[in-house]
Write a protein that binds this ligand. Structure first.
Ligand code: CMX
Length: 140
């Protein structure tokens, strides 16, 4: 099984315009902001209990988040689950016939290895799997 919900990704046009709602109205704790060049996004993490809200802002017109915003507007973009061994989990899902967008792990935010499943595998909800930096299989 997956370990837990790692974060909920929410696509926004501007992190600055939305941060305050989470911090002031919901009491979420701002943790970090960084750019993920590989994905052409800037991401902010806000902590709510044991789960993070990840605000995703595109940094280029050809960013996957620009495409999403054009098509669907701002809103929930993906649900991310923590796994301890991403390569093994991808192999297991492939074997089970689950549609994968990423066949192998790639670099995500906060030093995590990440991979996306096809939205059709999650009944229209984009699913991300993440293996946190330093977790056992990442350092193996
Ligand atoms: N939710 C639901 N459906 C989505 C979706 C989403 N977030 N994003 C895309 N889709 C749908 C599209 O509408 C499309 O559907 P149709 O085939 O019915 O038209 C289909 O999935 C394929 O989408 P696409 O954009 O044409 O395909 P790409 O292969 O170019 O990209 C995807 C797909 C999901 C990998 C890309 O859009 C994406 O979101 N990449 C991830 C960006 C991201 O969140 N990075 C975070 C990095 C930080 C971190 O979390 O560590």
């Amino acid at each position: 099984p997956v370990q837990d919900v790692n974060h909920l990704g929410i696509a926004v046009r501007s992190i600055d315009a939305h941060r305050q709602f989470y911090e002031t109205c919901l009491g979420a704790v701002f943790e970090s902001i960084e750019e993920v060049p590989d994905q052409k996004v800037r991401v902010a993490f806000l902590k709510v209990g044991g789960v993070h809200i990840e605000l995703l802002e595109p940094t280029a017109e050809d960013s996957p988040i620009s495409k999403f915003l054009e098509k669907k507007g701002e809103g929930l973009h993906h649900v991310a689950y923590t796994v301890t061994d991403l390569k093994a989990k991808l192999a297991e899902l492939r074997e089970a016939g689950v549609a994968l967008l990423d066949q192998t792990p790639r670099a995500g935010s906060r030093g995590m290895a990440i991979a996306f499943l096809h939205p059709k595998a999650g009944l229209g909800v984009l699913t991300e799997l993440c293996q946190p930096a330093g977790s056992h299989a990442a350092s193996a």
